[in-house]
Ligand binder design. Structure first.
Ligand SMILES: [Fe+2]
Length: 215
């Protein structure tokens, strides 16, 4: 498998290329800001772009969809809750499997940061969108959004094995990627084992960051 994390600009956004070199096919994930860069990279790798995937419908993740589609004619796939906005070629739901050549990409529905947030898991690599960053979590309100995010983190992502690698939607942490095991042990939001504690950290995040020297 080819797996590349690409710096695409924006707010330290990452786009991703998942490729199957044997079949010569690729998927682009959140090809925002500079879809041309991802498409050109696939050409270098001799991969034909067959899929465009979105982790959620926020503008900084989808603003390259039209151009990416224009360049590749590849279908756009996103969660069914984003269908009204994105008019995808295929709507996804929790547990769906996406075939890319000989690869299978699993869809995990992880609402919270947005109602249409999904993660993609392929060969032990998790593209976590804006729900889980390295050492941080996605922004939410302090009510239903936070509750859903807490559930998604604990009931979905924290059930994955420690060695699953985490590739977030933004380069907001001390490193561009992590593992589930590392996040489980060190992410301050995941160390809060009650919803109340989780929301309390969100409320006091600015002070917490200052106290612990977190950028
Ligand atoms: Fe977002």
């Amino acid at each position: 498998m080819i797996f590349e994390q690409i710096d695409i600009g924006g707010d330290r956004n990452f786009g991703y290329i998942i490729g199957d070199p044997k079949e010569g096919v690729a998927a682009l994930v959140d090809p925002a800001y500079c879809p041309e860069k991802l498409v050109a990279r696939c050409q270098e790798l001799e991969l034909r772009v067959e899929l465009i995937l979105n982790t959620h419908s926020h503008p900084d993740h989808i603003n390259g969809n039209s151009r990416a589609h224009e360049l590749t004619q590849a279908p756009i796939l996103c969660h069914e809750a984003a269908a009204g906005l994105l008019h995808p070629d295929r709507s996804l739901s929790d547990g769906d499997k996406i075939t890319l050549g000989s690869l299978t990409i699993s869809v995990l529905f992880t609402p919270g940061h947005s109602p249409d947030s999904i993660c993609f898991l392929v060969n032990g690599k998790l593209i976590s969108g804006d729900i889980l960053f390295v050492g941080k979590v996605g922004g939410t309100d302090l009510g239903e959004g936070a509750r859903q995010e807490y559930e998604s983190l604990h009931k979905k992502l924290m059930t994955l094995p420690d060695d699953v690698e985490v590739y977030p939607g933004h380069n907001f942490g001390v490193a561009p990627s992590s593992t589930i095991g590392n996040e489980r042990k060190t992410n301050p939001f995941l160390l809060r084992d009650t919803l109340e504690g989780f929301i309390d950290l969100k409320k006091n995040w600015t002070a917490y960051k200052k106290k612990h020297g977190i950028a």
